[in-house]
Write a protein that binds this ligand. Structure first.
Ligand SMILES: NC(=O)c1ccc[n+]([C@@H]2O[C@H](COP(=O)([O-])OP(=O)(O)OC[C@H]3O[C@@H](n4cnc5c(N)ncnc54)[C@H](OP(=O)(O)O)[C@@H]3O)[C@@H](O)[C@H]2O)c1
Length: 344
């Protein structure tokens, strides 16, 4: 028996902006993040998934490393058992974790996510990071995996080929990347048989990644924005003294005051209007309702958008220290700052 019901104050999912992908498929232009940053239980996150779907969300961003796909699977089953929502109305993303890049591990890892999510297919399957570097959950930023490696294109393509097979097997509708750079994406686009449909990347007003954003749009790839609010409550291990706070930015605060909304909502609204698909996380109904409602309310003015474009600080929050592979490196080495892939 399912107790799931569409809420009376639900936003019409058909009114929410959609992104048309290279296959012609439509992806809902806002999703719910499901990484609880160690602050929320799996039960709370699964409850948020049901709550978010009940108020109009149709896109859920999952990953095996978040450790909650089985709980989310129960939530999705309850939603679909209610008969109120069909599978094809939902957009579910899952991600291959770094310890499963070996070609023989990819298909089993995807099948495990499908089993946990209780689905026959996912709409999008991403390679979570372009490095096969594993680290223990919750470890500190100085921790390194002894067998960590840099980006080796030949190896990445072997992993990609397995993702292509997943499409051919019908287990995955689209494939994509996350935490990439322009130099790595150029290599992938040259060699992929099935091109990436989406690239999930950090984007918020203080980290706009304009050049990369333009590059992937030009290449027909839809950008998905993680940490769209600047992840204000991310774990302390992911914070550094120089990090800035988007929701305290004077321009964001000024627009929020004018619209009488939380500054977080300005970040989400800006993202959708700029053309990326934000996946804000929240387990609180008032917050996720605010996040989806703002996608259908009156748009930000051209002046607001122009002002928000000026506050980029190139402030990367998810620096990825734990994926470094050699002594003496800095996190910038992960991001190919000089325009070429950092040698492995
Ligand atoms: N591909 C990747 O490598 C990668 C990396 C990081 C994240 N992600 C994905 O992106 C998702 C989002 O990133 P994130 O969770 O780090 O950061 P985020 O979405 O930028 O920030 C989430 C926090 O913002 C606050 N918030 C959300 N909506 C709000 C509202 N309307 N009003 C006020 N506060 C609001 C909440 O804080 P409170 O809980 O305190 O209210 C929430 O915990 C993750 O859950 C995950 O699915 C992917």
């Amino acid at each position: 028996m399912s107790n799931f019901k569409i809420a009376e104050d639900s936003v019409d999912p058909n009114a929410v902006p959609q992104r048309v992908l290279h296959t012609g498929a439509k992806m809902p232009g806002i999703g719910l993040g499901t990484f609880g940053s160690d602050r929320f239980s799996n039960e709370e996150i699964a409850e948020a998934v049901k709550g978010a779907i009940s108020i109009g969300f149709r896109h859920i961003d999952c990953a095996s490393v978040y450790g909650n796909e089985d709980y989310i699977g129960n939530a999705l089953k309850e939603v679909m058992d209610s008969g109120e929502i069909k599978r094809e109305e939902l957009w579910i993303t899952a991600k291959l974790w770094n310890d499963k890049h070996a070609p023989e591990d990819v298909i089993p890892a995807c099948k495990k996510s499908l089993k946990d999510l209780q689905l026959d297919y996912v709409d999008l399957y991403l390679i979570h990071w372009p490095f096969p570097n594993f680290h223990e959950k919750g470890c500190d930023v100085d921790s390194r995996s002894p067998d960590a490696k840099g980006y080796i294109h030949e190896n990445f393509m072997k992993t990609w080929r397995e993702l292509e097979k997943l499409v051919e097997m019908g287990l995955v509708k689209h494939i994509g990347t996350s935490n990439m750079t322009i130099p790595k994406m150029k290599l992938l686009l040259k060699d992929a048989k099935i091109q990436p449909a989406c690239n999930e990347m950090e984007m918020h007003p203080h980290m706009q990644q304009q050049e990369f954003f333009d590059y992937i749009i030009e290449n027909g790839i839809a950008p998905i924005a993680f940490c769209p609010i600047g992840s204000p409550t991310r774990p302390d291990r992911d914070k550094t003294a120089d990090d800035t706070v988007d929701i305290e930015d004077p321009i964001v605060l000024k627009i929020a005051k004018k619209l009488n909304v939380h500054p977080a909502v300005v970040c989400v609204k800006w993202a959708v209007q700029r053309g990326q698909t934000p996946i804000p996380f929240s387990v609180f109904r008032n917050e996720y309702l605010g996040n989806i409602s703002c996608t259908i309310s009156e748009p930000l003015t051209d002046e607001d958008m122009a002002e928000l474009a000026t506050i980029d600080k190139n402030n990367r929050l998810i620096k990825g220290h734990v994926f470094l592979w050699k002594d003496g490196q800095t996190w910038e080495d992960l991001w190919d700052m000089n325009g070429e892939v950092t040698p492995a």
